[in-house]
Structures are given as structure tokens and as C-alpha cells.
Design a protein around this ligand. Structure first.
Ligand code: CP
Ligand code: NVA
Length: 311
């Protein structure tokens, strides 16, 4: 396997299935070591990671900052607008400067192409902390969670119900297909995954022996599955389409009745933040099915693995 050192992580596609599995094993081991009492594993000693955010964040920002602390490194977090980027300095010029100061950049942006530009001009690893296209760090944490809860990944079936074309859905589909996890997407017409991403995922799925299906009702999506996953119907940056999206996706709400169609021991996952009463109701997110807090915790362990391997 090629070393991950020095590489960017903008998409799940940037890792082969072997590299993704290795990252998950590393995350699992780091988590075990943390709970075994090793609060600090100083592989980032003397290193600084810069984090740039164009949008709000609770989990990603705090789990990355804490991951860096637990790896003995230092982080600098700024809002995009407070850099000269906010006044029009180019991404390329910013990248050329930042690489002289820091050892890696974690960025959350609206346009995925901005991230690609940052990565093109910065000769240090750039990690996607969410873009309009993907949320790959989320998917790594999610695969770790499914593995912990189900004891395996290969052959597990995940139903993703809701907006099938968003960043979280895209990274989930890509990671699942690389790891042999079957995915059923229950979404409305017009909310399918990006065809380019779907095509890559289908190729990966045929290699790993898993399947990807798109269905138009939530019932068909969740029947007999191991995992029911949802995310908001209106992602950050889509606020102008709010009314239409809610109208179009309203039948994909995750309720106890829907959960009962899944396997008896099915789990419920959500990347969070959740809009309670919209894509999921309280009885599910607070119910016996829900693993969302463990899922949120695993962002920390997954990102520690990514940082340890890439930086
Ligand atoms: N799931 C996730 O990325 O959450 P934040 O937007 O709070 O970072
Ligand atoms: N799809 C959501 C995920 C938030 C973590 C968004 O982009 O707003």
C-alpha cells in the first residue's frame, strides 16, 4: 500500500479500499488506546494544522481541534472571511503563503472547486471538512460506527433516506461501495446522487460485491436493512430552496413506523445537526435505534487516524 503521508483528502475517492480499511483500523486502534488511558499520542508533536471555515460547524471543528490536541499538535482555526480571502486575496496566493507556516490545512467550503484550488497550490495536505460535494471525514467516522455496531462492514445494508444528492450522501455511498456495504437510497425524483459520483460508486460496488439501489419510497428503502441513515433536507447554502425541498422530501421523514420496517436490531444514524421533527422525529433520534452520539464521537477517532496518516 502506498503511504498516505503528504496526500490530500478531498474525497473518499482519494483513498483506495485498502487505504480506507487501513484508516479505519488505525481509527479503531487509536480509540482503543485512548480508552486504555493514552490520552496523548504525540505523532503531531511540533506540527501545526490550520482550519478554515466558510460555514458553521460544531462537530467537525471541535473534534478536529481535539484530535490535534490528542495527537500533540497545535491548531489554528479561522473563519474564511477574517483572512484576506474575505477581501479578495486569491485562494492560490493564500495557499502559497500558508504552506510556509503550517503542516496541513483542514477546510470547510461552499464550493468543492475552492478546495481543489487550495489543494492544487498548497504543497501540504488539504483535508475536506465538508464541501457542497462531499463530507469524507463524516463517512470515515460513519463506517467506524457501523463496524462497531454491526461487527462487520461487508454485507451490511444501509438505507439512506432523504436528500440523496447531498455531500453526506455522496461520501457515504462512495465509502460504502468501497467497503462492500450495500446502499439503498430512498429519495424523491430530482434528489438523486450526482451521476458522476454514482458511476464511481457503482464501479466500486461491483468490485467489492455490494449493491447500490435508488428507490422512490422510504418503505422500500428501509425494508429489512441494518442501518437507517438520514441528513437534513436543506443543507448549508441551500436556504433559498428551503420550501421546495421540504415539500419534495416530506414523505422521507424517519419515524418509529418506518424504523419498524427495518431489521429488528437496526440502528439509526444521522451526521447531525438534526432538524428534529423534519427529517427525523424525537422518538427515533432519542429512541432505542439511535447511535447518533457514538457516531458523533467517532468523528474524533476517525480524524485522529486521518491526521496521523496524512500529516
Ligand atoms: N456532522 C457535522 O459535520 O457536523 P458540524 O456541521 O457540526 O461540523
Ligand atoms: N448536508 C449537511 C451536513 C451538515 C454536517 C450540510 O451540508 O449542511
Amino acid at each position: 500500500m502506498r503511504s498516505l503521508k503528504g496526500r490530500d483528502f478531498l474525497s473518499i475517492v482519494d483513498l483506495t479500499s485498502e487505504e480506507l480499511t487501513f484508516t479505519l483500523n488505525t481509527a479503531y486502534n487509536l480509540k482503543q488506546r485512548f480508552y486504555g488511558g493514552e490520552r496523548i499520542i504525540p505523532v503531531l508533536k511540533g506540527k501545526t494544522i490550520m482550519m478554515i471555515f466558510q460555514k458553521p460547524s460544531t462537530r467537525t471543528r471541535i473534534s478536529f481541534e481535539q484530535a490535534i490536541v490528542q495527537l500533540g499538535g497545535h491548531s489554528i482555526t479561522v473563519n474564511w472571511q477574517e483572512l484576506q480571502l474575505g477581501r479578495g486575496e486569491t485562494i492560490a496566493d493564500t495557499a502559497r503563503v500558508l504552506e510556509r507556516y503550517v503542516d496541513g490545512i483542514v477546510a470547510r467550503v461552499y464550493k468543492h472547486s475552492d478546495l481543489e484550488e487550495l489543494a492544487r497550490y498548497a504543497n501540504i495536505p488539504v483535508i475536506n471538512a465538508l464541501s457542497d460535494r462531499e463530507h469524507p471525514c463524516q463517512a470515515v467516522g460513519d463506517m467506524l460506527t457501523i463496524y462497531e455496531k454491526k461487527g462487520r462492514l461487508k454485507g451490511v445494508t444501509v438505507a439512506y433516506v432523504g436528500d440523496g444528492g447531498n455531500n453526506v450522501a455522496h461520501s457515504l455511498i462512495l465509502a460504502a461501495s468501497k467497503l462492500g456495504v450495500n446502499v439503498r437510497i430512498g429519495t424523491a425524483e430530482g434528489y438523486d446522487p450526482n451521476p458522476e459520483i454514482l458511476k464511481i460508486a457503482e464501479e466500486e460496488a461491483s468490485r467489492s460485491g455490494s449493491s447500490i439501489e435508488i428507490v422512490r419510497t422510504p418503505d422500500e428503502a428501509v425494508r429489512g436493512v441494518d442501518v437507517v441513515y438520514t441528513d437534513v433536507w436543506v443543507s448549508m447554502g441551500q436556504e433559498a430552496e428551503r420550501e421546495k425541498r421540504i415539500r419534495d422530501l416530506s414523505k422521507f421523514r424517519v419515524t418509529p413506523e418506518l424504523m419498524k420496517l427495518a431489521k429488528k436490531d437496526a440502528i439509526f444514524m444521522h451526521c447531525l445537526p438534526a432538524l428534529r421533527g423534519m427529517e427525523v422525529v424525537d422518538e427515533v433520534i432519542d429512541g432505542v435505534w439511535s447511535v447518533v452520539w457514538d457516531q458523533a464521537e467517532n468523528r474524533l477517532h476517525a480524524q485522529k487516524a486521518l491526521l496521523a496518516l496524512l500529516i
